[in-house]
Design a protein around this ligand. Structure first.
Ligand SMILES: Cc1cc2nc3c(=O)[nH]c(=O)nc-3n(C[C@H](O)[C@H](O)[C@H](O)COP(=O)(O)OP(=O)(O)OC[C@H]3O[C@@H](n4cnc5c(N)ncnc54)[C@H](O)[C@@H]3O)c2cc1C
Ligand code: FES
Ligand code: FES
Length: 478
């Protein structure tokens, strides 16, 4: 069944909109149409958290509360979800929510601009976690910026939260909300709004039918990159196919020493899984944007942007990942190192989409990855280096090295690898190899870092990898 009407829960009722503008952001809808102005606009590019709202989503008959940036999310993605705004936190009898109470008690509410966003991130954290600790708190709040008196009182407010007080009206109404979510979750969406079209198929078969009929479509997954074409570049996106409505694309499998991640898997879900196999992958992903970004952003979206500073790309390249590309005609497999052509250009053809990514599990290897950025949290890399090495009897048997931020595409350091393979695992070998990085890369020069800084840091990261592996149990250079 296909419908032109999106349905979502707002204020405990089903809210319906027929043929909404597919380029309208949730933030504009809230502020301009609903006239609810608690949710603020700061940066309009996902960087400050002032616009944070929470989406309630049905997962295994329970509700998962997802903090997102409303400024970079398009309205139709609300279909099938519950939209929770800061105005909804006060209970029907006028009592503040426990997270609001904590903010008042610990003087966490400092200015009216950032506070609603902080409250919403804290609300999602409070609802999703059975217990709280420092790591969960700093991670949950890392996407919300405060530039006045600081984070201490806000963090203290979060620390004071006790799950025993989770008897809020969302808990009391949970059964009703789940019933409503079950009622609205099953349609394909097809919207026509003036010159714009939006499709949200439920299955890959439906997607392929659309691809047979439509040309010049743009895929939308988490929207944390593509939405900026509208909010920042002020362009229109005329034809959108939303992929995150397809459940079949949201999976992680582990078979034959290979992990396969479906294109629609969120970066947050991927982070939780991959860190068991490659802990440094988890460390880099923790610093990828914010929880709001990782809640919706996908690994396929990161690959398809082909950004030279895309964080997962050097890591996937050094792990020799493959991607599965699908279309209305056929599914093919391609090594990731053959996928990038030039600056933000890939081999993806019209109508072709990324179905999944396959990452080999190397049991004998040591994997190291480092992200260097100006700010620790919620910042884009200046350089990202990744190293996958197999050593036997102090000899380097195999090594794969890749960097982001060092050329117009993320790529392997093939000359440097050649020098290292079959050499002794010594400081002298690595020191010599650092020089060959100059043959492998001619770094970009931009506001994030100069060319010479990038080259210097790339060399240092290679040495850092050597030192950490050599002194494995003794040292972690941060
Ligand atoms: C505040 C902020 C912080 C960020 N921080 C980081 C960071 O730390 N590190 C980093 O690497 N990036 C960062 N990004 C960039 C962005 O999050 C990533 O590029 C993200 O992975 C994109 O994924 P998405 O699912 O949101 O893609 P979308 O925005 O939905 O799509 C991006 C592109 O990929 C295409 N696409 C999406 N899915 C598919 C598919 N299955 N098949 C084919 N094409 C597809 C789209 O058509 C579009 O061209 C940040 C962005 C913001 C706004
Ligand atoms: S307004 Fe800054 S993250 Fe949305
Ligand atoms: S709370 Fe708004 S700048 Fe600090």
């Amino acid at each position: 069944m296909t419908s032109n009407t999106i349905e979502f829960i707002l204020d405990n009722k089903i809210h319906r909109i027929s043929d909404p503008d597919p380029n309208e952001t949730i933030l504009n809808f809230i502020r301009l149409k609903l006239k609810k102005t608690g949710t603020k606009e700061g940066c309009a590019e996902g960087g400050c958290g002032a616009c944070t709202v929470v989406l309630g989503e049905l997962i295994d008959d329970d509700i998962y509360y997802k903090a997102i940036n409303a400024c970079i999310a398009f309205l139709p993605i609300l279909n099938g979800k519950q939209l929770i705004l800061v105005e909804d936190l006060v209970s029907p009898d006028g009592k503040l929510h426990p997270v609001q109470n904590a903010m008042v008690k610990f003087h966490g509410s400092q200015c009216g601009f950032c506070t609603p966003g902080f409250v919403m991130s804290m609300f999602a954290m409070f609802k999703n976690n059975y217990s709280l600790n420092d790591e969960i708190i700093t991670d949950s709040l890392s996407g919300n910026l405060c530039r006045c008196t600081g984070y201490r009182p806000i963090i203290n407010a979060a620390k004071s939260l006790n799950k025993k007080t989770d008897n809020d009206h969302f808990k009391k109404l949970k059964k009703k909300t789940i019933n409503l979510l079950n009622k609205i979750k099953i349609k394909n969406i097809e919207i026509k709004n003036e010159n714009k079209k939006y499709f949200a198929p439920k299955t890959i078969n439906e997607l392929k039918k659309i691809l047979k009929k439509e040309s010049q479509v743009k895929f939308l997954s988490g929207g944390t990159d593509i939405s900026l074409e509208v909010t920042k570049a002020r362009k229109e996106i005329k034809k959108i196919i939303y992929l995150n409505s397809i459940k079949e694309l949201d999976f992680i499998k582990n078979k034959n020493n290979e992990i396969e991640i479906g294109a629609g898997t969120s970066l947050l879900k991927f982070e939780k899984y991959i860190k068991r196999f490659y802990s440094d992958f988890g460390v880099v992903l923790k610093r990828y944007g914010s929880v709001q970004i990782r809640n919706v952003g996908t690994i396929a979206g990161n690959i398809a942007t082909a950004s030279p500073i895309g964080d997962t790309l050097p890591l996937l390249l050094s792990l020799d990942a493959k991607i599965l590309l699908d279309s209305a005609k056929k599914r093919i497999t391609m090594p990731l190192n053959k996928f990038f052509i030039s600056y933000r250009k890939t081999k993806l053809q019209e109508g072709q989409f990324i179905y999944s990514v396959k990452i080999p599990i190397y049991k004998k290897n040591i994997f190291k990855a480092y992200k260097i950025s100006k700010r620790f949290d919620d910042d884009i890399s200046s350089i990202c280096g990744s190293f996958n090495v197999e050593i036997f009897k102090n000899q380097i048997k195999k090594i794969k090295i890749a960097y982001g931020g060092m050329s117009e595409i993320p790529k392997r350091a093939l000359n440097t690898e050649k020098i290292l393979i079959n050499s002794n695992f010594t400081e002298r070998t690595f020191s010599k190899a650092t020089k060959s990085l100059e043959k492998d890369y001619s770094p970009i020069d931009d506001m994030r870092a100069s060319k010479s800084y990038r080259m210097e840091v790339a060399k240092n990261l290679l040495m850092k990898c050597f030192l950490e592996v050599k002194n494995e149990k003794l040292l972690r250079l941060t």
